[in-house]
Design a protein around this ligand. Sequence first.
Ligand SMILES: [Zn+2]
Length: 320
Amino acid sequence: MFVDTHTHFYDEWLRPDAEAAVQRALDAGVGMMIQADVDSHERPAMWEIGDRFPGVIFQMLGFYPGSVTADNWQQELDLVHALAKGAASAEQATKGAAKAEQATGAEQAAVARPRFVAIGEIGLDYHEGEQFKEEQKEVLRSQLELAAALNLPVNIHLRDAWEDLFTILSDCRHLHLRGNLHCFTASYEIYERANRYGDFSVGIGGVVTFKNASLAKTLERIPLEKILLETDAPYLAPVPFRGRRNESAYLPYVAAKVAEVKGLTISQIEDITTRNALQLFNLTQSPETNKKTGIIQNQGTNKNPETIQNQETNKIPEIT
Ligand SMILES: [Zn+2]
């Protein structure tokens, strides 16, 4: 079983087809998928899809830096805190920020609390401009503190803002943060630096399959126990689907490339990255997902990553 540690079935590009896409993922051996949260507009759809697949789809809770504006940030941040504290039930949360404040009660806390396995995706994104930089920083700091208070991992989204991230992580060193640098494409030095301030894994996705990706070189040096697989579907589809809509079902193509870089089999990468994901997100496999489905391997197509992989890496049979 593979775990897709970062996906968005609720994204409008994937939503109309979400149920079938989940089934395709299961058929491809991707038994657990974690949806990254972005904001209150998308959250109801995220939870709605997650509710249809208990034990298979899990959710994060977080306010995404790309959604931060001067007008919304305080309200969105307050809502995340309210949800995290169980002050709003799942049902009320789906009705939006205004209603969430009215929700009270321990029974609602019981409903709301198991609904997320990490605080994410949170971070900084200056790619579209630095207009809301200060707001983004405040939102990030607050959510890092929240994660520490709840003893949850963080899922970090970062674009064009490493120095500011490191300043914040340095200030938050006392929080002993743990988590994942989602869609990691940076250098080994960046990975190492992040790990001075906390315990951070890297989320490896479709980019690693792109030609000329320097990520493969970096990945050679990153320890196996710090590697997680993700799709970020519907974005960043791996080769041979590059440029098309991505799905969790394509995760084995990412695993195949990671296996090639690490000189291991896909099956070994599957075992290692799944163990890493279960541990970081504190997940337990259900009996239905606790198997290697491997349907991609059985389809007999020549795009079969296991076949490609076996030709190249069968020479290393054991994990050392
Ligand atoms: Zn994402």
